[in-house]
Design a protein around this ligand. Structure first.
Ligand SMILES: *Cc1c(COP(=O)(O)O)cnc(C)c1O
Length: 672
């Protein structure tokens, strides 16, 4: 549907329309077209849609009614002095995801006559933010929803937030003696921590701690499955996996527990085949393998009772429903059905009671609820108007002007004339490129001045522009010469974004992850430009230049020309999992402002929590600088400058005001 990538063999009719600059009216573009273009109707369902007026709408409670206009919301939040970039967290979405997950398992359990239940936990590493974890614990109470911790700090969160004696606290990760003893003692607080043995040497520490305290923890074992997952996290399983016990180690561990009199506490089998499982077939294999191991552990005399299928439940970032990196070939219900049906099959076959099913779904719960909104500060790469000719212009410039005249001679609104002139357009394009190269060479050799070089570039732009405008009018199905297909990309613009991808979307940089990115407004207007985003950091990697494209990737996004005095807000969606904690302070851009929004009972919304972004003072302190000392040094320097007559007292005060204000403000560009 979308052009963008110049390596694509053909352009579709829509592509051509979008390559042109002024075809919006001619195409009869509607908000629905905007929704389709950016895939909102696929990945956004049921939480995000587009209004008639072309604004992104949020339905925080999914199908259960109530919606908010995201543009109005951002406007009103800005009115509350919450500047962009802004992370908006919709707690209703978080709750809805939780309901959907439980609903899916409840339906599967009913459908397959499963004689057990589902009891999930949230892997804290997915988003450790206080209000997020608190919300999940609160909303999950009715299902005895628990938490999974992978470190001592996460264990502290889990132990203190979950006070439901029936909820599970799954303790994963590397564990020292203190971690294990903490888990054992927490049982006396009425908590249910399950210490999952992930490394074979942990069993000795568990035995030692149990003897020392005269009490045992609930014990789980993580199996290293042979089933290989696909995609980015495929190496989370298999013989070389970082975590889990191989079958020989697993059997040895059972015997060690038996000898220590602790086999009676072995309750849970855990596996995790990596995040974002793209292909449901992989999950089925893993479930079968784990199901057999579970049955075997029961036969060996462990009481068991829980099978923890780990995380990995995927997100369809591009809405393509394919087994590709940014997607998955199954629904939440498919997933629950497979877990329930496969485990039942294994247990029935082995004649053991079915376990309580546990999943550690992080990404699937936490992705949808947060939306990152940033503003565009300006755009580059726009061809300007054709500069008027002056007398005795250099030959190269005259050549470029002639080329432009050839293009202009073909009427821009006459499809037939354009079709007939295709060959001339192609020739003009080749000429323009050649003359531009000539101009550069002449500049390097000193034959062409800087103003002339600038003129040559402007004229080349104008030629590109003229050709693109004409190609946009061609009817669908007409073959466009290969070279001309690269034109839209050549005309692509850079949109300067008030954000740091290293802070707010680190996985786009670190592991090439795709998130849906789109303007929040003007979706009822055909986007006439192609572009990508450059962020605020002084790092050429600081950009957003890979976009969802239904199972593929495109390097340019359809965008609108900026309008003077009017903001252009961009949303980055489905980024509630992993991004915040993985974000870093590169160039000292700190956390952004964040807000928690709830639908209000009578309509409208409520701002539940405001989490202010890091101030400049805070990021400086993180690097061990003392902001007051920095200020003091500058104050002294300005006193010296005043004494030397280089700085007026009024200017010194202005300088100090700016410095002090900056220290109090967030690290991003301020509207005022
Ligand atoms: C990271 C992790 C998870 C969460 O995985 P998602 O793909 O986000 O659901 C669950 N369990 C373990 C052991 C993990 O390491």
């Amino acid at each position: 549907m979308v052009l963008a990538d110049p390596t694509r063999a053909t352009l579709t009719a829509t592509d051509r329309q979008q390559a042109g600059q002024s075809s919006a009216a001619a195409t009869g573009w509607s908000a629905a077209d905007g929704a389709a273009l950016y895939g909102l109707d696929r990945w956004g369902d049921p939480y995000f849609s587009v209004s008639e007026s072309g604004h992104v709408m949020v339905q925080p409670r999914g199908d259960r009614g109530g919606s908010l206009d995201l543009v109005e919301l951002v406007d009103e939040l800005q009115g509350r002095n919450l500047g962009l970039p802004l992370l908006i967290r919709f707690d209703d979405i978080l709750e809805d995801r939780l309901e959907r997950l439980h609903g899916a398992f409840e339906r599967a359990i009913a459908q397959y006559g499963y004689a057990g239940r589902y009891q999930g936990v949230f892997p804290v590493k997915c988003n450790q933010q206080r209000h997020v974890v608190e919300q999940l614990v609160e909303s999950g109470r009715r299902w005895h929803f628990g938490l999974e911790a992978g470190s001592k700090a996460e264990l502290l969160i889990a132990l203190s937030l979950v006070d439901d004696p029936q909820a599970l606290l799954i303790c994963n990760g590397y564990k020292d003696q203190r971690y294990i003893e903490t888990a054992i003692l927490a049982r006396r607080l009425g908590r249910q921590p399950v210490v999952v043995i992930e490394q074979s040497d942990e069993v000795e520490r568990i035995i030692a701690a149990s003897h020392a305290l005269g009490a045992a923890p609930l014990i789980g074992i993580r199996a290293k499955l042979a089933t290989r997952s696909t995609g980015r996290w495929g190496s989370s399983v298999g013989e070389k996996a970082k975590f889990g016990l191989s079958v020989p180690d697993l059997l040895a561990t059972v015997e060690a527990l038996r000898e220590a009199g602790l086999l009676g506490e072995l309750r849970l089998l855990h596996f995790h085949i990596g995040s974002q499982i793209n292909d449901i077939a992989v999950l089925k294999d893993a479930l079968q393998e784990a199901g057999q191991i579970y049955a075997e552990l029961t036969r060996l005399g462990a009481p068991m009772g829980y099978l923890d299928v780990g995380g990995g439940l995927g997100i369809d970032y591009d809405g393509s429903r394919t087994a590709t990196a940014a997607s998955k070939n199954y629904s939440l219900q498919n997933y629950a059905n497979d877990v329930v049906a496969t485990v039942r099959e294994c247990c029935d076959g082995a004649d053991v009671a079915v376990p309580t099913l546990v999943s550690e779904s992080g990404r699937a719960l936490a992705s949808h609820f947060s939306v990152l909104v940033f503003d565009v500060l300006g755009s580059g790469g726009l061809p300007g108007a054709v500069p008027a000719a002056v007398s005795d212009e250099a030959l190269i410039l005259r050549n470029l002007r002639e080329t432009h005249a050839v293009i202009s001679a073909i009427p821009a609104d006459d499809a037939e004339a354009i079709g007939a002139g295709l060959e001339r357009l192609q020739e003009a394009w080749n000429d323009a490129l050649k003359f531009k190269d000539d101009a550069l060479a002449a500049f390097r050799l000193g034959y062409l001045g800087l103003p002339e070089r600038g003129l040559a570039e402007q004229l080349t732009w104008a030629c590109c522009q003229g050709i693109a405008e004409r190609l946009a009018r061609l009817p669908a199905g007409l073959a466009i010469p290969q070279e001309l297909q690269a034109l839209p990309a050549a005309l692509a613009a850079t949109y300067y974004a008030n954000l740091s991808v290293f802070r707010s979307a680190p996985d786009t940089w670190a592991i090439d992850q795709l998130f849906p990115v789109l303007p929040l407004q003007r979706l009822d207007e055909a986007p006439s430009r192609l572009g990508s985003f450059a962020d605020l950091t002084c790092d050429s990697d600081g950009k957003l230049a890979r976009f969802i494209d239904r199972g593929q990737v495109k390097t340019l996004l359809e965008l609108h020309p900026l309008r003077a005095g009017e903001p252009y807000w961009i949303g980055l969606f489905l980024a509630g999992a992993y991004q915040e904690v993985m974000g870093n302070l590169h160039n000292l851009f700190g956390s952004t402002n964040a807000v928690h929004i709830r639908l209000a009972p009578g309509g409208g919304y409520r701002v539940d929590h405001v989490v202010r972004g890091d101030t400049n003072a805070e990021v400086l302190q993180a690097m061990e600088h003392d902001p007051q000392l920095l200020l003091e040094r500058l104050r002294m320097a300005s006193e010296t400058a005043i004494a030397q007559g280089q700085l007026a007292i009024g200017d010194a005060r202005r300088l100090m005001d700016h410095l002090e204000t900056s220290l109090r403000q967030t690290t991003y560009l301020q509207a005022c």
